[in-house]
Write a protein that binds this ligand. Sequence first.
Ligand code: CO
Length: 208
Amino acid sequence: MYDRIFTANRAWVAKMLAEDEDFFEDLATDQAPDYLYIGCADSRVPANSIMGLKPGEVFVHRNIANCVPNTDINSHSVIQYAVEALKVKHIIVCGHYGCGGVQAAMQPKDLGLINGWLREIRDVFRLHRAELLDIADETERFKRLVELNVQEQCIHVIKTACVQKSFAATGYPIVHGWVFDLHDGLLRDLNIPFETILDEIREIYRLT
Ligand code: CO
């Protein structure tokens, strides 16, 4: 079972070389992806596969429930590198329905070390409490929290100095909030109304 990974790897190399004999030489030269994808670590949501992108085409950061907590040096380092060194054009925060991290945050339970991480999502719930409590159906409320978590994590991305400076200078990166549906495999753009949200962000979080 474990060894099959190496067999599959050799088959993948052969397939890539059949399509383009210089593929790995080009890959080793440099990376110039246009996209930074911030998604959930869930094994069912593999970034490159769902976007149909090859190695080299997307810079990827994944963690539980696609969070960008304000003091998380990991996600913030990824964003800074993507913006300042790679000069990505788009930053995508992608959540997914059925997210175990979001679901865990909805349960009144001590889960140990992960409590602090999940508090990020509880904060999202508190920010959107009225809307969420208006949704009587548990499944629908869960889905909406997944979407609102994406929205709030996008806002965390926009709060960063490197994103604000780059956007002011070049018009990039553009931030997008998406959600992936495990039931049909489709990506949906949440079309987050940043223009209305941004007024408040500009007022409070402006760094440039
Ligand atoms: Co998840």
